[in-house]
Design a binder for this molecule. Structure first.
Ligand SMILES: [Zn+2]
Length: 231
């Protein structure tokens, strides 16, 4: 196994056949950065490039999401480990991508750190989530065809121990009595969402951010959104 990084200006051998996928993720990164949902080096994105065994193309750790280069990606296996040597370190949250992508029909996973996800995930943390209902924009989520519906937004407690959080998410995804659909929030941290492909995951992030902003702004206007502990 060649463990040396590629010479400057050349693409890592693991990525040579994945240039369209790499460039699509770079374009999504520019959009999410421009929208203010992936500022600095926050966030991480992935697409499924093989289903069996599960193989993901995921963003490397610590890269500016508005200016991703072609070598700022890692090919990882079903355990979140690089498939070959010489690749950059993958995102610290790679395991959360693996868990989300383990669902059938999930082809892309996007994670962002927006202001509204950060605020609402803290405000509703004690009740483990909150419901969004009645908005026309809910129809932007896969399988929803009417505004007259409700979506439960699950919130997980934040942690720096990603394997623990990944296991919590996996258990929740396996709980068929309470479907975890479209994505979830991590407290004071951000959003994970997914889709059949990158276009659908991207649409879901735009829709969810819209719905969260509506929810938060409505609560602010009604005087209902205050920092935790403030009466
Ligand atoms: Zn994060």
């Amino acid at each position: 196994m060649n463990s040396a990084p590629p010479p400057p200006g050349t693409l890592h051998p693991a990525l040579v056949s994945l240039v369209p996928e790499v460039d699509a993720l770079r374009e999504v990164g520019r959009m999410l950065w421009q929208r203010g949902w992936s500022v600095g080096t926050s966030s991480n994105y992935s697409v499924v490039v093989n289903r069996d065994p599960l193989t993901l193309l995921v963003t490397a750790s610590g890269k500016d999401k508005g200016r991703l280069e072609r070598n700022d990606f890692v090919l990882v296996d079903e355990f979140g480990k690089p498939t070959t040597g010489g690749q950059p370190k993958s995102s610290a949250e790679t395991l959360l991508h693996v868990v989300a992508a383990s669902q059938p029909e999930v082809g892309a996973v996007l994670h962002t750190h927006s202001i509204w996800t950060t605020i609402l995930s803290d405000h509703f943390a004690a009740q483990g989530g909150f419901e969004i209902a009645g908005y026309e924009m809910l129809k932007g989520l896969d399988g929803i065809s009417t505004h007259d519906t409700a979506w439960w937004v699950e919130i997980f407690e934040n942690t720096q121990h990603i394997p623990t959080l990944a296991e919590q998410v996996r258990q929740r995804l396996d709980d068929v009595s309470r479907p975890l659909r479209y994505g979830y929030l991590i407290r004071k941290h951000g959003l994970y969402t997914w889709g059949r492909d990158l276009n659908e995951a991207r649409r879901h992030i735009e829709i969810i951010e819209f719905l969260l902003e509506c929810t938060a702004r409505r609560m602010i206007l009604a005087g209902e959104l205050r920092p935790a502990g403030v009466l």
